[in-house]
Write a protein that binds this ligand. Structure first.
Ligand code: 0X9
Ligand code: ZN
Length: 743
């Protein structure tokens, strides 16, 4: 219904541009300041037109004839003349609108649907501005409109040719835009693009945007949904033949055909009974070496190959599928608007059809005959009224698809066409820009020996170095590059690889490694020809090796990612893997004593518990110093490794602490006489008596947050296991030190 309204509006506005000023000859537009009932009655008698929708306003804009104007003057009615000659004004407005229409140049021309006349003008314009395009007139339609198009040719005889047409079906407006755009682009690309130039040197191209002009005009003036031509039928008041059922290829074969004159798929009184089909047939038969034909329709987003009248595979099936897929891919890849290729009924995507034009091209002329069904893919996308905002997208898709047919017909042998080049290809018909020269090692297109090597691959600058690349995760180096004296190497995938490089290690060789992600996975080793390690490192890294200076600065810590085995003093450049360990501690509502086996990245107590800020009421250390989040007061400062803290929460929380895991057996805990808060530094629970066996003599009592206790004197362990995340109140009778057993 909405579409119907749009169509009615379109039809109405087209008529307006044609003769919409005629009813207003010899009239004026006037404004009356006030209207008495007497004047209003008189004006009614004079048959004026009120422009306001409200009839009984006290003031009004009125269209008046000369007689009414005289009456107003003679009766001394106060009025103001707004437009003295209304017809003239409408005509002027129309002319201005037409000017705007005609001034939509370049791609803008393709942003509104164009009439038959506008397309004819465009074809002339293209022909006039192109050295390769000639306007061709194939003949006249039934109603004597010219069926015109463009022939692109750079001369020569019997070249392979391809034929493109739009608008066999009158209502498929986008096909007119797409074929005109195709011709327009081809003319422009011939000048600006050498590949298009080469193609047009090899192939003649025919493009006929409107092969059914009478039907097309009729869709603009009278019936937007007209499909057939406008040729009357004897013994029937119904007009028109479906041109795409009128061809002598399984003509009237019963696949989507009708012998009823009133049907949209009327086959005609005989094959080629339609004037336009005959005109096209005669012209196409005159083309000497027609290789391909593309009949452009809408809508359904399909590329269809022969035959259309049967699902039987044709003798050229393999080639038809290959070109069909190439066109289909080129279209789909233009804007990612998916098209489907098929032959016959395309696996049910469409129906079989007898008497179609491309099947005739294939059966009678031996040209591979295809159908495009352009955008949209369904009626919900606009059907035959593809929104004007999508015309250019459809044009670009059609262009790319159609170009594939030209490329195919050109039967390109791409290669180097410069006879002086070392890779000259005498059979090449298109130069692909690959022409090359011999390099100093005599290799065609080579770039000479690699740095440090001679043409025979010998290392001439000194030593052959072996570089071993490793990735602990096994997915390559994620963009990191190891650069050794300006030569960059990387590993795109996998766990390890080896490179051989050639350097004089008596000189100072600079090394860096950086540029990608997941640097903690990256490591590498540089070995000399005796297999000795010269440098190992990770990423990021900067350093050097070889004969640099007597004192070699670098990172001397083997645990660092940039450890330099040759460094003689540590220059403070050590970098450590940013690998993080995380401990998640579940904290209950109310009081709790927590500790962690992580050395936190952010040890300040306020940072440590910032993720549970809302629920935290207070944190206290063994000395009673407090962190009060609500007061933004941190009296504790940094959390100390190995210690435990009291915390009070308003609800249960999971506290996540990230940093580096503490190695328990390496960490010494010092306890002073009296009470302390003891952390648990292992990552799994274990019996408290075993854990604290080394200081059993000194322990007076150990308590948990909820009051359960271990009393060595009584040999009573109410606590059982120590658990990660928990902390313990401990009282000892002298200063002691101990370490937990290993994890
Ligand atoms: O019915 C037609 O003529 C074409 N479809 S349209 O909607 N534009 O009218 C399709 C003809 C080609 N059919 C096959 N190759 N199956
Ligand atoms: Zn069609």
């Amino acid at each position: 219904m909405k579409n119907l309204l749009i169509i009615l509006f379109l039809l109405f506005s087209f008529q307006l541009t044609a003769q919409n000023s005629t009813p207003y000859a010899n009239t004026s537009l006037v404004h009356l300041k006030s209207i008495s009932p007497e004047i209003e009655a008189a004006l009614h008698d004079l048959d004026v037109t009120f422009l306001s929708c409200r009839e009984h306003q006290s003031s009004s804009d009125i269209i008046v004839s000369e007689t009414a104007l005289n009456w107003l003057s003679n009766n001394e009615v106060v009025f103001e003349t707004l437009v003295s000659d209304l017809k003239q004004k409408i005509d002027n407005d129309n002319a201005a609108m037409e000017l705007v229409r005609s001034q939509r140049d370049g791609e803008e021309w393709y942003t509104i649907y164009r009439t038959y006349d506008e397309v004819q003008d465009k074809l002339v314009e293209i022909a006039n501005s192109s050295s390769v395009a000639t306007l061709i007139d194939l003949g006249d339609s039934y109603e004597n409109r010219a069926i015109k198009g463009l022939k692109f040719s750079t001369g020569g005889n019997d070249k392979p040719a391809v034929f493109f047409n739009g608008c066999q079906h009158a209502r498929e407006w986008v096909t007119v835009m797409a074929t005109t755009y195709f011709a327009d682009q081809l003319a422009q690309q011939y000048i600006s693009d050498s590949f298009t130039e080469s193609l047009l040197d090899l192939v003649d191209v025919y493009i006929i945007p409107i092969v059914n002009p009478d039907g097309y005009v009729y869709t603009h003036t009278t019936d937007r949904y007209w499909r057939k031509n406008r040729q009357p039928n004897t013994n029937s008041s119904c007009v028109g033949t479906d041109l795409n059922r009128n061809w002598e290829a399984d003509w009237n074969g019963g696949e989507s055909t009708s012998t009823s004159e009133c049907s949209d798929i009327y086959v005609g009184s005989g094959a080629f009974s339609a004037t336009e089909a005959t005109v096209l047939k005669n012209y196409m038969e005159s083309i000497p070496n027609l290789k391909g034909h593309l009949d452009i329709h809408s809508y359904s987003a399909l590329v269809l190959g022969p035959w259309g009248y049967t699902n039987t595979e044709s003798p050229d099936h393999a080639e038809i599928v290959s070109l069909g897929n190439a066109m289909n891919d080129a279209i789909t890849n233009t804007n990612n608007y998916p098209f489907t290729f098929g032959v016959g009924d395309a696996d049910g995507a469409i129906y079989l059809a007898s008497g179609t034009m491309p099947d005739w091209s294939y059966d009678e002329l031996g040209a591979l005959g295809y159908t495009f069904e352009l955008r949209p893919n369904s009626s919900s996308g606009g059907g035959f009224e593809l929104p004007e905002s999508q015309i250019l997208d459809a044009c670009a898709e059609n262009y790319n698809g159609a170009m594939e047919m030209i490329i195919w017909a050109a039967d390109i042998q791409s290669g180097c066409m410069d006879a002086s080049a070392c890779n000259y290809d005498a059979n090449a018909t298109v130069d692909d820009g690959s022409c090359a020269e011999l390099d100093e090692c005599g290799e065609c297109g080579g770039s000479g020996p690699s740095s440090g090597y001679d043409c025979d691959g010998n290392c001439i600058t000194g030593e052959t170095l072996t570089i071993q690349l490793e990735d602990s995760y096994g997915d390559g180096w994620n963009g990191n590059n190891l650069t050794i004296n300006g030569t960059s190497i990387t590993m795109n995938s996998g766990t390890s690889s080896t490179e051989i490089l050639c350097y004089d290690s008596n000189t100072c060789i600079s090394v860096s490694c950086d540029g990608g992600s997941w640097q903690e996975e990256v490591s590498w080793t540089i070995l000399n020809s005796d297999g000795e390690e010269l440098l190992i490192g990770g990423a990021p890294f900067t350093g050097e090796f070889g004969n640099c200076s007597s004192e070699i600065p670098g990172c001397t810590d083997p645990l660092a990612t940039n450890y330099n085995a040759l460094a003689t003093f540590d220059d403070g450049s050590c970098e450590y893997s940013s690998a993080t360990d995380v401990q998640i501690i579940s904290l209950p509502l109310g009081w709790f004593i927590f500790s962690t086996y992580i050395q936190p990245q952010t040890p300040a107590i306020n940072d440590l518990v910032s993720s549970i800020f809302e629920a935290t009421i207070i944190v206290k250390d063994a000395e009673g110093l407090a962190y009060l989040p609500n007061w933004d007061f941190n009296g504790i400062g940094n959390a100390i490794d190995g210690e435990a803290y009291l915390i009070k929460l308003s609800e249960n929380q999971n506290l996540s602490i990230s940093g580096t895991k503490i190695i328990p057996e390496d960490f010494v805990i010092n306890l002073e006489t009296g009470w302390s808060l003891l952390g648990y530094l292992r990552d799994s629970p274990a019996n408290l008596v075993t854990m604290l066996a080394d200081i059993n003599e000194q322990i007076i009592i150990v308590k948990t947050f909820d009051g359960t206790a271990y009393l060595p004197d009584w040999n009573f362990n109410g606590i059982g296991d120590m658990s990660p995340g928990q902390g313990y109140q401990i009282k000892v009778n002298s200063n002691v030190s101990f370490s937990y057993p290993p994890n």
